[in-house]
Design a protein around this ligand. Structure first.
Ligand code: SAH
Length: 254
């Protein structure tokens, strides 16, 4: 008897940014798997069960959720932001890919959520108004030299970049190293947005030029957006500046 597994994105942290589709999926499930803080965000009934686990345990968590669904459970795996962006949807797909054949019979679906870079971009104006990419700076799952190559390629190709997992206690130097590298490939005036805990009560948004960007301005709860040479800053009296990437690139239509 196969049950079902739904992977749900809970958005950046603000209850208003949880979609009605995500709320309906949560109401309809019985067993919940996820990292502690995301499980804590759920307002569950007495008949719904929590299976919270540590952040590093993604694959083990995915397998435990699939095992329960394979036995007929109505299982929900939760992620912050969007579950497909550096999160649990890929971990569950990996587990299905490598797991027993019967896991492929489980009814599987993904409910999208507002990802961190969109929540941060909305606070700053429209920095993602032109072509952009998202890069995780964590080298837990990929080597640092691959990250460096991608940073240089993205800077040279003119992509706005959103950095996820910019720093951690185990990786204190990487964001600083990334800024040093980017300063060789981008002008110093390029705006950098540090969006911390977007949508939560302790939200903090800071905008500095790339020449002054430092790793100490970010922590694990920060998404960093680095503009391009085209990204503009609109200064406003007594207000945070607006940052935007114009829709038109020079030579358009030629
Ligand atoms: N699936 C998540 C990302 C998980 S990776 C999403 O779609 O948002 C974890 C990283 O996401 C953090 O290190 C941080 O860079 C970013 N992040 C998550 N929530 C955030 C928030 N509310 N504000 C800013 N950055 C956030």
């Amino acid at each position: 008897m196969s049950g079902r597994l739904i992977v749900v994105g809970l958005g950046p942290g603000n209850p208003d940014q949880v979609t009605p589709e995500a709320l309906a999926a949560v109401a309809d499930a019985e067993d919940f798997f996820g990292y502690f803080p995301y499980i804590d965000r759920l307002d569950l009934r007495a008949d719904q069960r929590r299976h919270a686990s540590d952040n590093r345990a993604e694959l083990a968590r995915a397998r435990a959720a699939l095992e329960m669904a394979a036995k007929g459970g109505k299982v929900c795996v939760v992620s912050g932001g969007d579950p497909g962006v550096f999160a649990m949807a890929a971990a569950v797909c990996e587990a299905i890919d490598e797991g027993p054949a019967e896991w492929r019979d489980i009814e599987f679906s993904v409910v999208p959520g507002i990802t961190a870079m969109l929540a941060v971009a909305a606070k700053a104006g429209a920095p993602l108004g032109h072509d952009f990419c998202a890069i995780s700076l964590s080298n837990n799952l990929k080597p640092w030299d691959v990250i460096e190559k991608r940073l240089i390629a993205a800077a040279e190709a003119g992509f706005v970049m959103a950095f996820y997992n910019p720093v951690s206690k185990a990786r204190p130097h990487q964001l600083g190293d990334a800024f040093v590298l980017l300063r060789r490939h981008l002008p110093g005036e390029v705006p950098v947005i540090f969006g911390r805990a977007a949508g939560r009560p302790d939200e903090a948004i800071r905008i500095v030029p790339l020449s002054q960007a430092e790793s100490g301005m970010a922590d694990m709860a920060t998404c960093v957006i680095v503009g391009t040479a085209e990204t503009k800053l609109i200064e406003r009296d007594g207000l945070r500046p607006l940052v935007y990437s114009p829709r038109f690139f020079k030579g358009a239509g030629a």
